[in-house]
Design a protein around this ligand. Structure first.
Ligand code: ADP
Ligand code: MG
Length: 347
């Protein structure tokens, strides 16, 4: 029996799956969220609904928990640092500070000698003009982007709209001629204890993850390099918990880091059924200071995200014993919203 109370910031499907992993370990969970309908409240022991800036509610949350983690990285850094003064936030806020800022994230990765897409930091149309060698490219808001939000495809300078005011900072990234996308999920307990899951092959449609599978169809060289890069990144960050490194493989077989997610990740959902210890189990164990278990693969797998209205079809389907359907129980169906997923185990 453990007496740990784990605080989780954010109440979406990742929070839900973290709560379920904690429950198996008898770890109590308190979820704090600014979404009144957040589905994680169906699985947490306690739920606090509030704006994150509400000091009283935040104090209540801090009082109730022993350790704090989060399901998404776009939490204002001052809030994370404030919590960390009272109760430890893991992964530590300094990590978040780097990763929630695309410029700092890319600089950090490049400084490790790891390739990313070619990029430039831009604040104005003039800056884009100076970097027109990066076109066709993608303009990405420097902070607070997710699932393609805050991204604009620029095929040429003519695509820069006249009324754009550049009120935010941006990164301009050269558009990569993709051969495929893969990700590495790594769970790190400390310097000597970690587990790197095998590469996962991902298909995005309209910038949103649609499908993931293992094994990824890639060369042995890319397999090893992707894992080694993720290990190097996690070590340099002194990361504790589960994180994800998203990669692009271009037509010339270059392996480029797209971005890091300092949290459990959608592409790792298949680890719930394909491994004895999932990315969520590993995250909860690592942040709560439990020991690492022997990790074994059970089967190959494919995961399909269920987006928007597709959920209505899935809710009425029956499934085989190789199929595992997860309904996130979101109250409102919105176009392209992640509503659930289906993992199918393979030979
Ligand atoms: P988010 O932070 O919203 O996840 P990403 O930067 O990971 O945004 O982009 C989402 C998806 O858009 C990627 O997984 C990829 O499919 C596509 N994409 C993003 N940047 C590029 C790029 N420079 N070249 C080609 N495709 C890209
Ligand atoms: Mg991404």
């Amino acid at each position: 029996m453990s007496n740990i109370k784990l605080g989780i910031i954010g109440s979406g499907q990742l929070g839900s799956l973290l709560c379920q992993a904690a429950k198996k370990l008898n770890i109590k969970t308190v979820v704090i969220s600014d979404d009144k309908q957040g589905p994680a409240q169906n699985y947490s022991d306690e739920f606090i609904f509030t704006e994150y800036t509400n000091q009283d509610k935040m104090k209540e949350f801090i009082r109730k928990v022993d350790i704090v983690t989060y399901e998404f990285e776009n939490i204002p850094i001052e809030i994370l640092k404030g919590i960390d003064k009272e109760k430890r936030v893991i992964p530590k806020p300094e990590i978040n500070q780097i990763i929630q800022n695309r410029k700092l994230e890319k600089q950090f990765i490049n400084d490790l000698g790891i390739k990313t897409t070619e990029w430039a930091f831009v604040k104005s149309f003039e800056d884009i003009k100076k970097n027109k060698n990066l076109l066709p490219g993608i303009l990405k808001i420097n902070t607070l982007g997710y699932d393609g939000h805050g991204q604009f495809v620029l095929n040429s300078l003519a695509d820069v709209k006249k009324d754009w005011r550049f009120s935010s900072d941006y990164i301009l990234e050269k558009k990569v001629n993709l051969s495929k996308e893969i990700s590495i999920i790594i769970s790190r307990y400390n310097k000597n204890e970690f587990y790197t899951y095998e590469p996962i092959e991902n298909v995005h449609i309209d910038q949103i993850l649609k499908r993931s599978k293992i094994p990824a169809v890639i060369s042995n060289e890319i397999y090893k390099k992707a894992q080694a890069n993720a290990k190097l990144i996690a070590d340099k960050l002194e990361y504790i918990g589960t994180m994800c490194v998203e990669y692009f493989i271009d037509q010339n077989n270059n392996l480029l880091v797209n971005e890091i997610a300092p949290r459990v990740h959608n592409s790792g959902h298949l680890t719930i059924n394909a491994f004895n210890i999932s990315q969520f189990d590993n995250h909860v164990r690592a942040v709560c200071g439990l020991s690492k278990k022997q990790i074994e693969k059970i089967a190959n797998a494919e995961m399909e995200n269920v987006l928007g209205k597709e959920i209505e079809i899935y809710r009425n389907k029956s499934f085989s014993d190789k199929e595992f359907f997860f309904d996130y129980k979101k109250k409102v169906i919105k176009e392209k919203r992640k509503m659930g997923h289906l993992t199918t185990l393979k030979e």
